[in-house]
Every structure is written in structure tokens, then in C-alpha cells.
Design a protein around this ligand. Structure first.
Ligand SMILES: [Zn+2]
Length: 254
């Protein structure tokens, strides 16, 4: 059962804005699949030389408009410069965005489909990911309708230097941090969840688990509270991303 909670976004109008902004910023756009009648597009920007490879995704839940808008605003403000090689999937569920639903047009929560790849969207996305090199950092950008503060998940199986605390510190200047010791049934501290998980024991994989298994050893899922004004949510996500990117580009993982 999919409940419409967000004002629907016009995915074609938003896609046009992404195309325009990303072209100006030097990105290459690649259509890798379709969601209903909407294209699925990846944006890449490669500067030669050794640079951290950074992957960002948004818009997998159609009732979460702030994440794609935050990425658009970062493209427009020139954040994605020559410091890194960029891989961006800004709108993974355009049919859901058009309807204002978490799920896609067939009622599938795409962020639970990365183990079995049953939906055309996620099959196409996994196929695109397979053609990319591994990432030094991945961030999946979300909103949350249940929590009143910002929080994030960290998947960091090798114990690399964490970006979680600096991200939370930066976001705390923009919006409240979720104080609950239990978020989505998981232990949390200061808005940070570090799930201990064995992917093979999970029947349904979100994008973050798929990324850990196949593409990256450091990933974050950042969640801004949907109850806040849209501009604040965008500001919170921007703060988290700019902070993570800044550190990743200063201290690239060996
Ligand atoms: Zn979400």
C-alpha cells in the first residue's frame, strides 16, 4: 500500500534541470534505463589523474524530493569540481516522484530490491554500477518521514577514518540531530547508526548493502527529517555532502 505524502515532482522538468546544470558543470549524461516513461540517467565527470571516486545517489524514494534537489543545487553551485571523479545517479525512481510515493509505479520499494534485482529500475541501475570502477566513498541521500532530526547510517567494514561525526557536526548548524537511541529499530548515538550486518542474512538489500558488497568499502545513507521546510532539508543534506566530500578529497583513502 503506497501512501502519497509528498507533493509530486515533475520528473521530466527536474530531469531537464539536471541536464542543463550538469552540462554546464562538465558532466557526461548517460541514460541507463527507464522507469515507466521516464529515463534513468547517470551523470559522470572524470578528471584524469589519481583522484577519489565519489558516488552519490538520490530519488529512489518518490516521496523524498529534497535529495535530488540538494544534488541539483550542488551541481549548480560548482561543488563537483576537479577534486574527484564523480558518479551521480540523481533520480532513481522518477515514476515514484511523479506520483509522490515511496514506491515505484508497481508498488515496489526500490530500496529493498538490490538483492534480487526484480524491478527494471534496479536491474538497470545495478547494470550501470557494474560498468563503473569501485568507489572510495558512496553516499545515498534520503529523507525520513518518521524522525524529527537528521541522522545517518555508516557502513565502514574496514574501520576507515569515519566521516560521520564531521557530517553530523556540520548538519547540526542547519537542523536538529535525531537524539533517539533507537532509530528504525537500530541502536543510534548522536544521530549516527553503525549497523553490524551480514548481508547474506538479509533477505532484502537496500542500495547501501549492494554498494558494500560490490562497489565500496565506505558508504553513508543520510536522512533529513521530512517535517522540516524543504529549504532546510536541502540545506542539511548539502552540509552533510559538502563535509563528506571535503574530507574525502583531502584525505583520499589509499
Ligand atoms: Zn528514503
Amino acid at each position: 500500500m503506497s501512501a502519497v505524502k509528498a507533493s509530486p515532482v515533475d520528473p521530466l522538468a527536474l530531469a531537464a534541470k539536471f541536464q542543463n546544470a550538469s552540462e554546464k558543470a562538465g558532466f557526461t549524461a548517460e541514460k541507463f534505463g527507464e522507469s515507466g516513461n521516464f529515463p534513468l540517467v547517470a551523470l559522470t565527470k572524470r578528471t584524469p589523474g589519481p583522484r577519489p571516486r565519489i558516488y552519490l545517489s538520490a530519488g529512489i524514494h518518490g516521496d523524498e524530493p529534497a535529495p535530488p534537489l540538494a544534488l541539483l543545487s550542488l551541481i549548480e553551485s560548482g561543488e563537483f569540481d576537479k577534486r574527484a571523479v564523480w558518479f551521480i545517479c540523481p533520480m532513481l525512481n522518477p515514476a515514484g516522484l511523479a506520483r509522490g510515493t515511496r514506491e515505484n509505479a508497481s508498488g515496489t520499494d526500490l530500496n529493498r530490491d538490490y538483492r534480487h534485482l526484480a524491478s527494471p529500475e534496479i536491474r538497470a541501475h545495478a547494470g550501470w554500477l557494474e560498468r563503473q570502477p569501485n568507489f572510495d566513498l558512496a553516499v545515498c541521500v534520503h529523507e525520513d518521514w518518521e524522525m524529527s532530526g537528521f541522522y545517518l547510517y555508516e557502513l565502514n567494514p574496514d574501520g576507515r577514518p569515519s566521516l560521520a561525526e564531521p557530517m553530523v557536526a556540520a548538519v547540526s548548524r542547519v537542523c536538529p540531530i535525531e537524539p533517539s537511541p533507537l532509530i528504525e529499530g537500530r541502536e543510534a548515538r548522536g544521530g549516527i547508526i553503525r549497523p553490524v550486518l551480514n548481508p547474506q542474512e538479509r533477505e532484502k538489500w537496500p542500495e547501501s548493502i549492494y554498494l558494500q558488497v560490490h562497489h565500496t568499502r565506505l558508504s553513508y545513507t543520510v536522512e533529513t527529517p521530512s517535517s522540516l521546510p524543504l529549504a532546510t532539508r536541502i540545506g542539511a543534506l548539502r552540509a552533510a555532502l559538502v563535509t563528506a566530500i571535503g574530507i574525502a578529497c583531502t584525505n583520499p583513502a589509499g
